[in-house]
Design a protein around this ligand. Structure first.
Ligand code: GDP
Length: 621
C-alpha cells in the first residue's frame, strides 16, 4: 500500500487535481468549502495500476496552514507537487519543496496545472525550465514535470501513469512488526465512539488488538478499522487508516499522539538529532534558540542545544540535542522539520538519532560527537553494537533503553546480535563477543602482570583483581569460574594466580630461608619473633612464605613454621579435650614457654574460632 502527499501553493489547483484523479473532493470541512481553500488535511484515494488503492493526503497550500501540512506529509511515499502554469514557482512552492527534501520523500511527480490558461507555448517552456531548475539538488530533481488541465482533462492520465511508474520503484513500507500510527485526526462518531486516523507505518494492525496511545500511555482496543471508507479486519503498513477505539476517551487524544502496540514506544522530552540548516534561512541556528519541532503528526516547542559547534550556519549541517516542552513519541530514524515561531518560517530539519539520550550532553566533547556519528550512519544493528561497545558490561534492559532505538526495534536487534553470536550474556550482563574474549584476556594478563611485579607473591588478591578489572561481582565470579574450569588460572584462598605460576626464590633468598627455618626448628614453640624473621629473609620473602603456607603468623609478634604450628594446635586441642579448659598460665606450663607466646596463641585460637574465652579460661568452641 502506498500514500501520496500533495504539496503546492494555495489556489494552484491541488484539490481540483486530486478530485480529477480520484473522483473525491478532498476538501472535507464546511469552512473549506465556503472559502474554497484547503486549511486542514484532506483525504482521498485512487485506483492503482493493479486495482490496489493508493491513498492521497491533500495538504493545505496556504502559508498560514503550512503547519497542518507538516502533520500530513509524515508517512507519504510519493509527493505530488502542484504548480500552476500561469503563476509558476512561488515562494511557497520553494518552502514545500524544501520540506519534502528534508523529509527525504522517496519520489515525486510535478503537476503543472491549469495549462488550459496558457496560449503561448514559449511561456510553458519557460515555466517548465524554471521548475526544473528549482528542483535541482532536491529529492525531486528527477521528478517528471507533467502539464495538466482539470478543465480539458489534458495530462490527467499521464499523471496517473507517472504515479504508477514511480510507485513501482518505491518498495512497500516494511512490515517490521512494530505498527505505529501517528494520529492526524481525532473525532467521535455517534454509535462508535472515538476514531483516530493516520498513515500506518511499521506493521499491520488488526481488529481486537490492544493498543497504546503515546506519550500518554493509555491503552484501549481496536474495535473497528477502515481504509478508504471500507471496513477491514486488518490494515497494512503504508495505508491511510481510520481506527475505531474502545476504552479510550476522545478528549484524551490529540493530533501528534501515536497509536502503537503496548510497550513499543514511550514519550520523550529530549532527543539527539542530525540537522541541516536551510541555505536560505535568514540567520544561523543558535544554541538555546526556541524553535518548533514537527515530526510524524506531532508539533512541539523545543529548545536547541548545538553540539560540537557554536552555531549552525545557513546551508550547513550539524548535531543538535532538542529539549522539548512536552513529551512526544518518536523513533530512531524519524524525519523532522524545525520552524522558527516568528516570523513563521521553515528553517531546517533532519533525522532523530536518539529519542532517549537520557541526559544533556556536554557541547564540545569528542566522545559525544563520535556517538552522534555512529547513530547517524549505522544500521540498528551497528548502532546497538556500538552502544554496547561503549557501555559494556551492561544489563540487557539498560542497553535497550539507552540504545536510542525504539524499544521494540532495540529488543529485536538485541536478539539478532545474540543470534549472530555478536553478543553474549554473562552473569546477567550483556557484552559483545569480542568484549567478552577481551575481558578474559585482560584478566589473564592482569594476573600475569601482577606475577611479574610481585614475583614473591603467590597471586593477586581477589578483591584487588576485581577492582582493577572494574566489573560487577556477578560477572567477575562467572569469569573466574570459567577461567579456572578451563585450567588457565587457579584460586587459592583469597588469591588468584595463573595456573603454572610458582613463587620462586633466588639462591640468596633460599639461603636466608633455610637459615630461618633452621632457627624455627631449633626453638619450637619459642620461635623467632616476626621482627627477627623479617630481618633474616626480608619483608617480601617473609610475606611470600606466609602466602605459600610455609610459615603462619598468629599475632603481630609471633610467627611459627607451619609444621610446628600444627603440632602446637593439636597439643592444645588434646589438652582441652581431656581437661575441658585451659588458662594462660596452664598453657605456658604445658608448652614450656613464656606468657607472651601463651597469650598470643590463646587469642589466635579465639580468632580462628577454635576456642572461646570464659572468664580467664579458654574452652573448645
Ligand atoms: P488548491 O488551493 O491548490 O487546492 O486549488 P483548487 O483546486 O481549490 O483550485 C483553485 C482554483 O483554480 C479553483 O477556482 C479551480 O476551479 C481552479 N482550477 C483548478 N484547476 C484548474 C485547471 O486545470 N484549469 C483552470 N482553468 N482552472 C483550474
Amino acid at each position: 500500500m502506498h500514500v501520496i502527499g500533495t504539496a503546492g501553493h494555495v489556489d494552484h489547483g491541488k484539490s481540483t487535481l486530486v478530485e480529477a484523479l480520484t473522483g473525491i473532493d478532498p476538501d472535507r470541512l464546511k469552512e473549506e468549502k465556503e472559502r474554497e481553500m484547503t486549511i486542514d488535511l484532506g483525504f482521498a484515494w485512487m485506483a492503482g495500476e493493479h486495482g490496489e488503492e493508493i491513498g492521497i493526503v491533500d495538504v493545505p497550500g496556504h502559508r498560514d496552514f503550512i503547519e497542518n501540512m507538516l502533520a500530513g506529509v509524515g508517512g507519504i511515499d510519493l509527493a505530488l507537487l502542484v504548480i500552476a502554469a500561469d503563476e509558476g514557482v512561488m515562494p511557497q512552492t520553494k518552502e514545500h519543496l524544501a520540506i519534502l527534501d528534508l523529509l527525504q520523500v522517496m519520489g515525486g511527480v510535478v503537476a503543472l496545472t491549469k495549462v488550459d490558461l496558457i496560449d503561448d507555448p514559449d511561456w510553458l517552456e519557460l515555466v517548465i525550465l524554471d521548475v526544473s531548475e528549482t528542483l535541482q539538488g532536491t529529492v525531486l530533481q528527477e521528478a517528471p514535470i507533467i502539464p495538466v488541465s482539470a478543465v480539458t482533462e489534458h495530462g490527467i492520465s499521464e499523471i496517473k501513469s507517472q504515479i504508477y511508474e514511480q510507485l513501482n520503484h518505491i518498495e512497500s513500507r516494511p512490515n517490521n512488526m512494530r505498527p505505529r500510527l501517528p494520529i492526524d485526526r481525532v473525532f467521535t462518531l455517534s454509535g462508535f465512539g472515538t476514531v483516530v486516523t493516520g498513515t500506518l507505518i511499521g506493521g499491520r494492525i488488526e481488529v481486537g488488538d490492544t493498543v497504546e496511545i503515546q506519550p500518554i500511555s493509555v491503552q484501549g482496543r481496536i474495535r473497528g478499522l477502515q481504509t478508504h471508507q471500507t471496513s477491514r479486519q486488518t490494515a497494512e503498513p503504508g495505508s491511510r487508516v481510520a481506527v475505531n477505539l474502545s476504552g479510550i476517551n476522545r478528549e484524551m487524544i490529540k493530533r501528534g499522539h501515536v497509536l502503537a502496540r503496548p510497550g513499543m514506544f514511550k514519550g520523550t522530552i529530549l532527543c539527539d538529532v542530525n540537522y541541516r540548516h536551510l541555505i536560505n534561512s535568514s540567520a544561523p541556528l543558535k544554541h538555546n534558540e526556541e524553535v518548533k519541532l514537527f515530526t510524524g503528526s506531532a508539533e512541539v516547542i523545543a529548545r536547541t542545544r548545538v553540539i560540537g559547534d557554536r552555531q549552525i550556519d545557513p546551508g550547513a549541517t550539524g548535531w543538535l540535542q532538542l529539549a522539548l516542552r512536552e513529551p512526544i513519541a518518536i523513533a530512531h530514524g524519524d524525519h523532522y522539520i524545525l520552524r522558527r515561531p516568528s516570523p513563521p518560517t521553515t528553517i531546517g530539519g533532519g533525522k532523530i538519532l536518539d529519542p532517549h539520550p537520557g541526559r544533556r550532553h556536554k557541547r564540545f566533547r569528542q566522545d559525544v560527537i563520535s556517538h552522534f556519528e555512529t547513530m547517524a550512519e549505522g544500521s540498528p544493528l551497528d548502532v546497538l553494537e556500538q552502544v554496547l561497545v561503549r557501555l559494556e558490561p551492561i544489563l540487557p534492559q539498560s542497553l535497550i533503553s539507552k540504545s536510542g532505538l525504539e524499544v521494540g526495534e532495540a529488543k529485536d536487534t538485541w536478539q539478532r546480535l545474540l543470534d549472530q553470536d555478536k553478543a553474549v550474556v554473562v552473569g546477567g550482563y550483556a557484552m559483545t563477543s569480542t568484549g567478552w574474549i577481551n575481558l578474559q584476556n585482560r584478566m589473564v594478563s592482569l594476573i600475569g602482570d601482577f606475577h611479574k611485579e610481585y614475583p614473591l607473591r603467590l597471586g593477586i588478591p581477589r578483591e584487588e583483581l576485581r577492582s582493577r578489572l572494574d566489573i560487577p561481582t556477578t560477572l567477575f565470579n562467572v569469569l573466574l569460574e570459567g577461567l579456572s574450569a578451563g585450567g588457565q588460572i587457579s584460586v587459592t584462598g583469597r588469591s588468584i594466580k595463573l595456573h603454572h605460576h610458582k613463587v620462586s626464590f633466588t639462591s640468596d633468598q633460599q639461603k636466608a630461608i633455610d637459615q630461618l627455618l633452621a632457627w624455627f626448628a631449633e626453638n619450637g614453640v619459642n620461635s623467632p619473633s616476626v621482627k627477627d624473621a623479617k630481618n633474616i629473609v626480608g619483608e617480601d620473602v617473609f610475606t611470600a612464605l606466609i602466602e605459600i603456607g610455609e610459615i603462619v603468623q598468629i599475632s603481630p609478634d609471633v610467627v611459627y613454621r607451619q609444621t610446628d604450628y600444627k603440632a602446637i594446635v593439636e597439643q592444645i586441642r588434646t589438652f582441652l579435650l581431656e581437661n575441658g579448659k585451659i588458662n594462660a598460665a596452664e598453657l605456658r606450663d604445658l608448652l614450656n614457654t613464656s606468657r607472651k607466646y601463651a597469650i598470643a596463641l590463646l587469642e589466635h585460637l579465639d580468632d580462628v574460632r577454635m576456642t572461646k574465652r570464659v572468664g580467664d579460661d579458654r574452652q573448645l568452641l
